[in-house]
Design a protein around this ligand. Structure first.
Ligand SMILES: [Zn+2]
Length: 83
């Protein structure tokens, strides 16, 4: 097993997050910061697509309707991220 952030070998102390392992707390932290940025980006993206939310913008940016199962998937994922 290698660190999920820097790819370094894991030592005696392993910092875990879900099924990921990190060699240092700093690695775990920077990984989580990266994930948070991603989830923030996705949240904004969904705000554009969500019906009723800045509708004129959404129509301009996303002419297609969103697949509801896609939204479910997103909600599940964002719930996991916020833990
Ligand atoms: Zn590391």
């Amino acid at each position: 097993m290698r660190c999920g952030q820097c790819g370094g070998k894991l030592g005696l102390i392993v910092h875990r997050y879900w099924d990921l392992r990190f060699c240092r707390r700093a690695c775990k932290r920077s990984y989580l910061e990266h994930v948070e940025r991603d989830s923030e980006r996705l949240r904004r993206w969904f705000a554009y697509l969500a019906p009723g939310h800045s509708e004129s913008q959404a129509r301009r940016r996303a002419p297609r309707k969103i697949d509801p199962s896609m939204e479910d998937q997103f909600l599940k994922e964002s719930a996991a991220w916020s833990e």
